[in-house]
Write a protein that binds this ligand. Sequence first.
Ligand SMILES: Nc1nc2c(ncn2[C@@H]2O[C@H](COP(=O)(O)OP(=O)(O)OP(=O)(O)O)[C@@H](O)[C@H]2O)c(=O)[nH]1
Ligand SMILES: [Mg+2]
Length: 197
Amino acid sequence: MPSEPSDRRYLATGTQLVKIVVAGPFGVGKTTLVSAISEVRPLRTEELMTEASVGVDDLRGRPGKSTTTVGLDWGRLTIGEDLVLFLFGAPGQERFRNVWRETAVGALGALVLADTRFLAESFESLTLVEEMGLRYAVAINAFPDSPFHPEPDLREALDLAPKTPLVTCDARDRHSAAQALADLVEYLMTSDALESA
Ligand SMILES: Nc1nc2c(ncn2[C@@H]2O[C@H](COP(=O)(O)OP(=O)(O)OP(=O)(O)O)[C@@H](O)[C@H]2O)c(=O)[nH]1
Ligand SMILES: [Mg+2]
């Protein structure tokens, strides 16, 4: 079921407040992106990865990763004069699926992060986002050893609709991450969900 237009909120000044979910599999860079981009001190609910995580959370390709999100990330980004994005990063692990669903309620859209080293790991996030009826963009978070794939191949591998925005970003870089969100917002603003409001 598509997200309802009533999910949008306005201040008396006319400023539009929009909730965006940052989704993606374990370790793809969701917390990094929200932290890089937020204009207020971001809320992070990170826990140290303990020995209990070994064999549960796969650290391949994430040598510097010592924490994982167990609740949510939250940040805020103002775009232009009259649009404020509230960013909600949901946990990546499968065992937090219910937290993910609750986090996504009321969102207008989602930015789904993917890692070309582990593309198939994004399938579950894409399915969850689609099940929630959220419109989304996919952002490839480029790591140093990420293989390059031409856009048509990526679209085919992720089974993306032609209109779904697909961008590459560096989640650590504010400008790059903001551009990915701007592409998502542009898509949401021209999509049927808003036009029918
Ligand atoms: N080289 C590089 N490293 C990155 C990039 N984005 C994130 N990292 C690193 O990759 C690791 C994973 O990032 P997180 O932001 O914790 O990932 P997450 O998606 O929030 O992970 P979970 O909450 O555990 O699902 C961290 O050690 C980051 O420093 C990137 O664009 N390039
Ligand atoms: Mg995280």
